[in-house]
Design a protein around this ligand. Structure first.
Ligand SMILES: *Cc1c(COP(=O)(O)O)cnc(C)c1O
Length: 387
């Protein structure tokens, strides 16, 4: 009865969503701050005043949303934690990127493709650009959904171990990609290590990577202090950047992600989407997404609060003798000599907090802790004082 393909599937396991008691949830890198109130207002208004739209198919191209995303990227440079801005009298906001993040061209809506979460976007990206005739080059430890999609689409993988200092082995990745004329994918900042490559480092990498294959950079965490590769799109037409509303834009429940790439590659992803589901973004999510983009200033402030609590947690852990990898994300990846990740996880769970640990050999001593609000971070620090 079952397809042969099914045996290739090894589903991704997300952070647990327990229902038995209320935990402080620091295990899925969600944003601890709620969406801006204009998002709730826009959704309520749209649903109450345009109820008939719930009975009609939404805009298959998410035209207005893609325009709002392009505007937001132009205004923030793709790094919220460094974007400055102000709230206007009418409630809207204007942002400007830091000098470091300025994009030397205007991002246009035809460079944006939207999907139902960046997980779905990644699925379309894998279908659009990777074949089963050559391995995809990726780091051994990176977002664990990439291997899942390789199984789903029957794409061979060539995972490259990280270096001893947990950084990507850029030389080895390039060597292997050139050897098999392969595409490359990784998250920058990477997950779960939290480390990032500078834009200059990625530029150097793309220059030496196969030109006739795509180079995918997943910037799910870039807003928390990485450097976006969006400015490189004017130099490289094989670059595809993947982003999400789930982390910095407090939108994990809205399921919205997008790519930024040349109009030509973007069009190819649309072809795949239109061969699978014309309407991945419903009317309510399109409305919520547009309102979120227009409140970028609020999310920039939240990103700065998260960065400041990240520093507080990192300093505390290092003072207590933990090994903590430098983070440019909304989580910290750390371990304490002599204590397993599982033991730390169990101990903080007793105190009502959920964090993540991985059974994967090589990283089983680590825990991944999402940065919460001031109070949540204090509760986590208090619970970790035992170690
Ligand atoms: C969270 C995450 C995603 C998925 O985000 P969704 O938009 O919620 O599907 C993609 N890539 C990385 C690296 C992530 O951490």
């Amino acid at each position: 009865m079952l397809s042969k393909r099914l045996t290739n599937l090894h589903p991704y396991v997300p952070g647990e969503q327990p229902k038995d008691r209320v935990y402080i949830k620091l295990n899925a890198n969600e944003n601890p701050y709620p969406p801006h109130k204009s998002v709730a207002e826009a959704v309520s208004k749209a649903v109450l005043e345009n109820t008939e739209k719930l009975g009609l198919y939404p805009d298959p191209d998410a035209t207005e949303l893609r325009k709002a995303i392009a505007d937001m990227l132009n205004q923030t440079g793709g790094v919220l934690s460094r974007a400055r801005g102000k709230q206007n009298a009418d409630g809207s906001c204007t942002c400007s990127p830091s000098e470091q993040d300025k994009i030397p061209f205007t991002v246009t809506p035809d460079m944006i493709f939207c999907g139902n979460g960046s997980d779905e976007v990644l699925s379309f990206v894998f279908y659009t650009f990777f074949d089963s005739d050559r391995p995809l080059v990726l780091p051994e430890f990176t977002y664990s959904f990439y291997p899942v999609y390789c199984g789903y689409y029957n794409i061979p993988m060539n995972p490259i171990p990280l270096k001893d200092d947990w950084t990507l082995d850029v030389e080895k990745m390039l060597f292997e990609a050139n050897k098999s004329d392969s595409a490359i994918i990784f998250a920058n900042p990477n997950a779960p290590t939290a480390l990032s490559l500078s834009r200059e480092q990625v530029r150097g990498m793309i220059k030496k990577a196969p030109k006739d294959k795509v180079f995918i950079v997943d910037e799910a965490y870039c807003d928390f202090g990485g450097e976006s590769c969006i400015p490189l799109l004017s130099e490289f037409d094989n670059l595809v950047i993947v982003r999400t509303f789930s982390k910095s834009l407090s939108g994990a429940g809205m399921r919205l992600g997008f790519t930024v790439a040349s109009p030509k590659l973007t069009e190819s992803i649309f072809t795949v989407k239109n061969s699978f589901n014309h309407f991945p973004i419903d009317f309510v999510t399109q409305t919520a997404g547009i309102a979120s983009c227009k409140s970028a200033f609020y999310y920039a402030e939240n990103a700065r609060k998260i960065v400041s609590n990240r520093t507080r947690l990192t300093d505390f852990l290092r003072e207590k003798g933990w090994f903590v990898i430098d983070s440019s994300t909304n989580f910290v990846f750390a371990k304490k000599e002599g204590v397993s990740g599982e033991a730390v996880y169990q101990s903080v769970k007793q105190d009502g907090l959920l964090i993540r640990h991985f059974a994967t050999p090589g990283i089983e001593d680590f825990v991944r802790m999402t940065i919460g609000t001031d109070e949540q971070t204090s509760a986590l620090i208090k619970s970790l004082e035992k170690f």
